[in-house]
Ligand binder design. Structure first.
Ligand code: HEM
Length: 257
């Protein structure tokens, strides 16, 4: 993830930074000192892009002791002007780089073409992390008219280890990972039909969207969520090309070795 810190001056989506390609993975941090403060940003998409937004907090006080109504609200407005308030639907632990995060919401949709606006409004002192996008490649962040290089210029060839979450709480240089890939702990944390990851032959896959499309029934896929599904997959589909092709479309990245 590329960390992006929202500034005190980013008080509306228009004043905040623009994530030039909303499918690239960014960790946008919004920190507030009191109720009523607002911070915003924008993210651009092409028609049909995957729109992925995740709302995370660090699993520590004050955030983890706030009630849902006390946490900052996130309102997303599509290019056509439809607004949506993100609802907190879960409380899933996500350990990453020695920090324990909690997912409170994960929203996915097919994007309209254009800029989405995001506006976060504080109810109390609190910090949140919004993970936008999934592609682990460096992306561009624009502030005003001036293109700024990404805050952490990660080498393009080294994918950062987590896709769908994580987030450094400060835009400090990313720690040089000695290991690259997803951990088994991350896979185990995504062990339900609403967030279903599985390992097959040393790659990690997000099978959530495949559950209800699988010709062999949803149960066969749900049974793989949070586990190493290599033997189940090869036992049934080991020598078939269509299951392998389907599988490849859900690949997140390698399993950490
Ligand atoms: C990530 C895992 C899996 C993927 C991507 C996948 C994909 C597919 C695809 C694409 C088909 C259609 C094949 C065709 O029309 O040529 C299929 C059929 C089927 N799958 Fe899977 N599958 C997975 C896991 C499993 C598992 C673990 C089982 C059983 C334990 C299973 C049981 C079946 C059955 C019974 C069918 C019906 C047709 C047949 O017998 O080949 N699948 N799967």
């Amino acid at each position: 993830h590329q960390p992006v810190d929202l500034l005190k001056t980013d008080t509306t989506a228009a004043k905040g930074p623009l994530l030039v390609d909303g499918t690239i993975s960014y960790a946008v941090r919004a920190a507030f000192s009191k109720a009523g403060e607002k911070k915003g940003f924008r993210a651009a998409f092409a028609q049909g892009d995957g729109l992925s937004v995740e709302y995370l907090i660090v699993d520590k006080k004050p955030e983890n002791s706030l009630r849902p109504t006390q946490l900052p609200t996130l309102v997303m407005t599509s290019p056509k002007g439809t607004s949506l308030t993100i609802k907190f639907t879960e409380r899933t632990k996500f350990p990453y780089s020695g920090v324990n995060y909690l997912y409170l919401a994960r929203y996915q949709a097919v994007a309209e073409a254009g800029e989405y606006s995001f506006l976060v409004t504080a109810k109390r002192k609190a910090s949140i992390i919004l993970s936008v996008g999934v592609k682990e490649i460096p992306g561009e962040v624009l502030r005003g008219a001036k293109p700024t290089p990404s805050l952490t210029p990660a080498p393009a060839t080294t994918p950062t280890p987590t896709p769908s979450a994580a987030a450094t709480s400060t835009p400090a240089p990313a720690p040089a990972p000695t290991k690259v890939g997803y951990t088994m702990a991350q896979v185990r944390a995504n062990n339900s039909a609403s967030n279903c990851w599985s390992v097959i032959d040393d790659s990690v896959y997000d099978l959530t969207k495949w559950i209800n499309s699988h010709p062999g029934g949803s149960g066969a896929i749900v049974g793989l969520c949070g586990t190493d599904g290599s033997s189940a997959f090869s036992a049934k589909h080991g020598n078939q090309s269509r299951p392998a092709a389907q599988l490849s479309s859900y690949r997140l990245g390698p399993l950490e070795k």
